[in-house]
Design a protein around this ligand. Structure first.
Ligand SMILES: Cc1cc2nc3c(=O)[nH]c(=O)nc-3n(C[C@H](O)[C@H](O)[C@H](O)COP(=O)(O)OP(=O)(O)OC[C@H]3O[C@@H](n4cnc5c(N)ncnc54)[C@H](O)[C@@H]3O)c2cc1C
Length: 359
């Protein structure tokens, strides 16, 4: 099948890009590995966003909530469904892309629809595949045991169970706090010597600081898991040091369950295989900020996929609203009317404005 643009990924920014393409009358095909908003769907639906509602609203459609507070995932997914219905977007759901190649005229994309390979050809390709595709694996013995997970599902599972949470960013702190409140016996291991307020949401940081200081949640700073057993985890010293006594030996922590919340990586391999340039010493693709085009002509990146690897750069929904319109402008050569009719819904945010810890 041939089209002008193939768009991969139907997270918030993939959807916003689809709205921009449709708004401009561009012929495109939209492929999504799972359901719309799959990244958010994969997390506990009651996890609360850190961004305020207007910052995660897309395509000029405001989010209205009963309490004007930050959204939970379930509400955001309902909102995304409404956006798809309002714009009547055509998305090939549950059709993961398995391969991308360059052709003389653009790109050939292969997908897998229920076991059957499908091929699509286009002049332009937009990757809106996010930055949470693959968990950062530690490569330690026991990591594949059934009581070890790289994703937080929901707290009930851990009631009256010993749970070791590994990590010190928002997802780890959120999991530790919610499981503690749900009656789990939570411990926390983090590779850095302290929980860094500049890297975490202020509410979570405050709560965890109190709980760890009072030892309601035993905290093992400057440690990393070195092996997981059926009922324990051995923690060794991390390269960040700072916990003098602990640096010398292993600490054995009892654990019925282990959550390794140590971050994720995007699909940088595709970009590399297609020949896109990367900034030296990082996994960040080189992108023309005005057009979102990579160094490969016709290959664009939108949303958090811009980060390449979320360890090294941070893009939020709020700072990515311009990605879709920029791509459409680059492809069509013309600017289209902004989304929506409410001036305050035109997202006058920049990365400098809001790329702060709580965005
Ligand atoms: C609990 C939680 C709270 C969060 N809070 C905030 C917040 O407050 N503010 C904020 O800005 N962000 C927040 N985030 C992060 C938010 O999820 C991302 O910022 C947002 O989803 C990025 O949108 P995106 O469209 O760029 O990528 P994603 O939402 O990650 O979408 C990428 C899509 O691409 C699809 N895809 C990947 N590979 C393929 C493939 N091979 N073939 C086809 N499709 C593919 C995926 O299935 C996915 O649907 C939060 C995330 C979680 C989990």
């Amino acid at each position: 099948m041939e089209t002008d643009v193939i768009l991969i990924g139907a997270g918030p920014i993939g959807l916003e890009t689809a709205c921009a393409l449709k708004h401009a009358g561009v012929d495109y095909i939209h492929l999504e590995a799972g359901q719309i908003g799959q990244t958010i769907y994969d997390w506990p639906r009651h996890a609360r966003f850190f961004s305020s509602p207007e910052r995660v609203a897309i395509a000029g459609i405001p989010v209205q909530t009963h309490d004007q507070e930050q959204l939970i995932g379930e509400v955001y997914l309902a909102y995304l469904r409404s956006v798809v219905e309002i714009y009547d977007l055509d998305i090939h759901l549950y059709e993961p892309v398995t391969a991308i190649e360059r052709s003389d005229t653009g790109f050939v994309v292969t997908s897998n629809k229920r076991g059957t390979a499908r091929n699509y050809r286009s002049r332009y390709l937009v990757l809106a595949t996010g930055d949470m595709n693959t968990p950062n694996r530690l490569g330690i013995p026991g990591e594949e045991l059934p009581h070890v997970s790289h994703r937080f599902d929901e707290p009930h599972r851990y009631f009256r169970q010993k749970l070791l949470v590994v990590g010190g960013r928002n997802s780890a702190l959120e999991a530790a706090l919610r499981c503690f409140r749900a009656g789990a016996y939570v411990s926390l291991s983090y590779r850095r010597p302290y929980l860094d307020s500049s890297r975490t949401n202020s509410r979570l940081h405050l709560e965890l600081s109190i709980l760890t200081r009072k030892n309601y949640i035993p905290f093992y700073p400057s440690t990393v898991p070195v092996a997981v057993g059926p009922e324990h985890v051995d923690l060794g010293p991390s390269r960040y040091g700072g916990a003098s006594k602990r640096e010398t030996g292993l600490i054995r922590v009892d654990a019925d369950f282990v959550l390794l919340l140590t971050g994720f990586q995007g699909q940088v391999e595709w970009l590399k295989n297609l020949g896109a340039g990367f900034h030296p010493e990082s996994e960040i693709p080189k992108i023309n900020e005005a057009t979102m085009e990579t160094s490969v002509p016709g290959l664009f990146v939108a949303g958090t996929a811009v980060s390449g690897n979320q360890q090294s750069y941070k893009v939020f929904v709020a700072t990515a609203h311009e990605h879709g319109p920029k791509i459409v402008r680059a492809i069509t050569g013309t600017s289209h009317a902004p989304f929506g009719t409410v001036p305050s819904r035109r997202y006058p945010f920049t990365i400098q404005d809001i790329a702060s810890k709580d965005s």
